[in-house]
Design a protein around this ligand. Sequence first.
Ligand code: 3HC
Length: 332
Amino acid sequence: MYTQGLDVPAGDRSIPVFADSEPDQRFQARVDADEKIEPKDWMPEGYRKTLIRQISQHAHSEYVGMLPEGNWITRAPSLRRKAILISKVQDEAGHALYLYSAAETLGIGRAEMNDQLLTGRAKYSSIFNYPTLTWADVGAIGWLVDGAAIMNQVPICRCSYGPYARAMVRVCREESFHQRQGYEIMLALSRGSAAQKEMAQAALNRWWWPSVMMFGPSDENSPHSAQSMRWGIKKVSNDELRQKFIDVTVPQAEFLGLTVPDPELKWNEERQHYDIGPIDWAEFAAVIRGEGPCNRQRLEARRKAHDDGAWVREAARAHAEKRAARMAEAAE
Ligand code: 3HC
């Protein structure tokens, strides 16, 4: 099973085996020719399952990802910051919607995906299980988490599945605004009082390594990457995107006058990349297993929102039934 090196719940994650039938070969030729696969096209069952797994978990990440920053909307330091944060959190809800809709084109219903999230059977990005302790965390999330998300999502704009690639184009445009507003917060704090700069450094210390882990396990420990790359779902490997993120972000931290919390970080002239210290994969696996600082809180908040919204679903269902009855009557 794929969990070698990753002690995470396997869940229903059978790894699709690359079949070799005539239709599979024709399908692969389309992917290799960079054609877009659309919902009504023939596709291997493993391709469909992989996309449902990845897109639904991506959507869950956006949906749960609203919570850490949402926690600061009522406490933003100014009206301007509050307005920016409200629109950012609202964007994340929209991203979840695009992605749930993209997943629905593969035959899975919204209620089923919701149930997978609320019962803990589906994953969402580990990063959202960390607390936002100060206002600087809101800046660090925009700068680092949305920065990492952009790095990971831009290649998906070119992925083989049409609805997913198209959803990503709009998402990436909005993510770049998210990243810039976060970096602006960090710039204001790092140029502020000593206490503000200290707050920014503490936030970088908390969010640096969880952001580096967002890109997933190392390539040799990634059970899905080879298959997903063959199918054009994953265009760039986990480690390559991670390295790109680090190479871009370290100079940004230096410009802020902040120190990346990695004593082994150093520029490698020969590699033309930064070398980093060891990633704590035990922490990564523990957070994914549900043992992170906020896992329970995040799912409780999502279950409560679902329960509180039951009356909206009932009203919508009653309205739809009434409308259908009226249409049927009018048609008689
Ligand atoms: N958190 C939780 N689980 C993770 C993870 C993470 N950071 N990274 C990997 N995993 C899980 C995978 O889901 C998989 O488990 P599963 O089989 O039960 O689904 C297992 O670890 C093995 O990882 P692989 O690398 O083999 O899996 P993938 O090929 O799916 O690659 C991925 C992982 C790179 C995250 C890929 O799924 C992906 O690109 N997903 C789409 C983008 C996404 O979800 N980004 C995350 C956050 S969205 C965001 O940040 C929103 C922004 O607005 C803030």
